[in-house]
Design a protein around this ligand. Structure first.
Ligand code: DGJ
Length: 763
């Protein structure tokens, strides 16, 4: 095991390797192999990624053909502007493009060393580094591959070091830039499009030769809007949930980003993923290094369902801060009280959630700001209609001042944490650390902390006074860290909801100065990461939710520091069936915060039964967002049973394998299920949507992922009152083989939004 460091690379390996003999190197996961070789031109090549092979040399022996005659068309492990493509053309699609200190742009990365450097890592993970150097400049790059054996997910990223005589400009700086000679004749892309209220909508598109397809986000705050930084690429073009060859990728980055796909004229597939520098090149000073975000990818021949399960396992075992720890059933105050509350409003909610068996109370927006800067203003409780989400001109003070608002909460947060503890509840708090109102002490004392552009009229967001803080400036990170550190230290605080409700209204940084404005987009995101990391180090026990005007931060960049994401401000259970289905392509159920809200939804005004609302929320991280006093006794009793069952089944739902059985995109009902890793327990959800009695016949639901040799007792849970069971097999013990092959017919009523939940227990 050798440790790699820049110093060692520079001192011992400063001469690029040219003219060495080809050798194959194989990095394996449970079901896949990546084969690398050192090309005769001294560059690392990546000729194979797919099903597991026994010998790297066999793959290399099989290579060749009409397009391989010049020996250069085995594609590099990482494309650069300067690498030869098609033998004689310069690569211009993605990867790295550097304006070197001498002003010229070509970069040809050659290996430093003849073998990948093996780095020590966690057990079950193999980590290789490929140190490289441009052959004409003092510009170093190291490519990392970190393979998690059990989940089949490989993380990759780049590190660059400028050892030139002056600053260089990174025009492109992707984490991943990969080309592969014809794997198939068709490729179909599956991705998520998102906006406020319409998060995680599944989209499909065919790749077409000579065209590029780009998923991107230049918002900078809502990093999961427009598109989510995640995709599946169907190799062959006809994958299903259970069949077909699929490549999946996720970019863990909360700044601006771009993921591009290109099929060139000879049908070579190229994929690039990384920060987007379209708003300005990144200036990297001499002597400085830069690490790109992580791009994680996986491959399966068992369809898109397996790709999802791979990402879910990786997230649970390698990525999320609290890994597999059970996530609590909580009540968040937002839809119950918005900004209008006093102590008793909150303690009443605590009473309600405690009675229903919940485990935590979370106080949302409105608890902070002092004196003239207190967050006191009301917001309309009806947010139906898109425009109203900005709460029309209210919420205009306090952001930036993370001190309690004594007008609303005279006894402080300590009183509330104690009140929660008295009821056996943990306590959580909302913050929006990246933004500040100019009506705040922070910006009154430090106007330079806000992003702004001199000599221009700046514009403001929510409330007409909100701006984005300049997280490129380390002093801003320090100032917000100090304030939050004090809040996070309040005894009894267990959870933080991290919100961000703004766009880059005024994309300028006084700190970066005139010559570095292009760095704002990357440095802002790394500044926020720095703050999150410092808080995590100081308060490792605190669980954080990534929220950004709903699901604007449901991505793995933020999920490095947060255990869950708020999927959407739209809590309407019908809409959530679609959004959670989309989000589940990449994110495990433990990440998907799903709350049971009021009978009439605050955004859509749709009225849906409490049972359906529970059945949908229980397929994610269950919570509430309502005033429990509005529930009838019968509803409270029902909720108690649902919560108790959820807590019992939580290890399966939050920690099991997901099988999507019936897509809501295909018909008017939907079904999905979770199976424990040892296949002894499973939970099946079936949702009827907008159904018509004469049209919408339900096909048998055929569970998946069970052990065919085991027998399972079937029990319907979440039954409402005296309603008849939804399956004739309720209470029976049936073989896993019969369940998976014959399936059962759910007796969904001929009306909208009937649903059922079945528990399967191996006997
Ligand atoms: C937007 C979030 O998505 C909501 O859940 C809520 O926290 C509001 N912000 C509070 O301002």
């Amino acid at each position: 095991m050798r440790k790699f460091g820049w110093l060692m690379a520079a001192a011992a390996l400063s001469a690029p390797m040219v003219g060495v003999a080809a050798a194959g190197f194989k990095l394996d996961t449970r079901s896949s192999s990546l084969v690398f070789e050192l090309g005769a031109d001294g560059a690392w090549r990546w000729p194979y990624y797919g099903a597991k092979v026994a010998a790297a040399a066999d793959v290399l022996d099989l290579e060749g053909g009409p397009y391989f005659d010049d020996g250069l068309t085995r594609y590099p492990t990482y494309d650069t502007y300067g690498a030869r493509y098609d033998g004689d053309e310069v690569e211009k699609f993605g990867g790295l493009a550097v304006r070197h200190a001498d002003g010229y742009m070509m970069t040809e990365l050659k290996a430093l060393g003849r073998a990948p450097v093996e780095l020590g890592d966690e057990e079950g993970v193999r980590h290789w580094a490929f140190p490289m150097k441009d052959c004409a400049h003092g510009f170093f790059a190291t490519q990392h591959f970190r393979a998690d054996f059990a989940s089949d997910v490989v993380e990759t990223w780049m590190e660059f070091r400028n050892a030139e005589t002056a600053a260089v400009e990174l025009v492109r700086m992707d984490a991943f830039a990969w080309s592969m000679h014809r794997l198939a004749k068709r490729y179909r892309l599956h991705s998520l499009s998102s906006w406020w209220g319409r998060e995680a909508q599944l989209r499909e598109a065919e790749l077409v030769p000579s065209q590029a397809l780009v998923l991107d986000n230049r918002n900078g705050i809502h990093s999961a809007w427009n598109a989510n930084p995640a995709f599946m690429l169907d190799i062959g073009g006809d994958s299903t949930e259970a069949t077909g060859e699929v490549l999946g990728g996720v970019l863990a980055w909360s700044g601006v980003w771009r993921i591009g796909f290109r099929l060139d004229w000879k049908e070579t597939l190229s994929i690039v993923a990384g920060p987007d520098n379209g708003n300005g090149a990144y200036v990297l000073d001499a002597g400085r290094s830069l690490k790109t975000p992580v791009f994680a990818f996986t491959w399966s021949r068992q369809g898109r369902g397996q790709v999802s399960r791979n990402f879910h396992r990786w997230a649970r075992h390698r990525w999320l801060p609290h890994r597999t720890a059970p996530r609590e059933v909580l009540l968040n105050s937002w839809e119950g009280s918005y900004l209008t509350f006093k102590e008793q409003t909150l303690t009443d909610m605590m009473d309600g959630v405690a009675e229903m068996g919940g485990e935590m109370f979370v106080l949302d927006d409105g608890w902070f700001g002092e004196g003239e800067f207190a967050r006191d203003h009301d917001v309309p409780q009806d947010i139906s209609g898109l425009a109203a989400n900005n709460q029309g001109g209210k919420c205009d003070a306090g952001l930036g001042d993370w001190v309690v608002n004594r007008r609303k909460l005279p006894r402080g947060l300590e009183y509330l944490t104690a009140a929660a503890a008295k009821r056996g509840l943990k306590f959580g708090l909302w913050v929006e650390p990246e933004m500040a109102n100019f009506k705040s002490r922070l910006l009154t004392e430090h106007p330079e902390f806000a992003t702004q552009i001199p000599n221009r009229e700046n514009v403001y967001g929510r409330g007409g006074t909100q701006n984005v803080l300049d997280f490129a400036n380390p002093k801003v990170v320090d100032a917000i860290f100090r304030q939050l550190d004090a809040i996070y230290s309040i005894p009894g605080l267990a959870y933080v909801k991290w919100d961000a409700n703004a766009n880059f209204f005024n994309p300028g940084s006084l700190y970066l100065g005139a010559g570095r404005q292009g760095n704002l987009w990357f440095d802002y995101a790394t500044g926020v990461q720095d703050l999150l990391e410092r808080l995590r180090q100081a308060h490792p026990e605190i669980v954080t939710q990534a929220c950004s005007s709903g699901g604007g931060r449901m991505e793995y960049g933020f999920l490095r520091y947060c255990d869950e994401a708020w999927v959407s401000d739209i809590t309407d259970a019908r809409e959530r069936v679609f959004m959670q289905w989309g989000a589940s392509q990449f994110y495990p159920a433990s990440v998907l915060a799903a709350h049971v809200t009021a009978r009439e939804n605050h955004a859509t005004r749709r009225v849906i039964s409490l049972k359906f609302r529970f059945d949908v929320a229980m397929s994610g991280r269950l919570g509430f967002e309502l005033r429990p006093v509005d529930l009838s006794r019968e509803e409270v009793e029902f909720a108690r049973r649902c919560v108790a069952d959820y807590k019992r089944l939580r290890p399966v739902i939050q920690g099991g394998d997901l099988y999507r059985l019936k897509s809501p995109y295909d018909s008017n009902y939907s079904s999905l299920m979770f199976v424990s890793e040892d296949q002894t327990q499973a939970v099946v959800f079936v949702y009827g949507l907008n159904r018509s009695p004469l049209r919408d016949f339900v096909a048998n639901v055929r569970p998946a992922g069970l052990d065919p040799a085991k027998r399972y007792r079937i029990r319907e849970i979440n039954r409402w009152g005296q309603d008849a069971p939804h399956v004739v097999c309720d209470g029976k013990v049936v073989g896993g083989d019969a369940l998976m092959n014959a399936g059962f017919e759910p007796l969904l009523a001929n009306r909208d939004y009937d649903s059922c939940v079945l528990e399967l227990t191996a006997q």
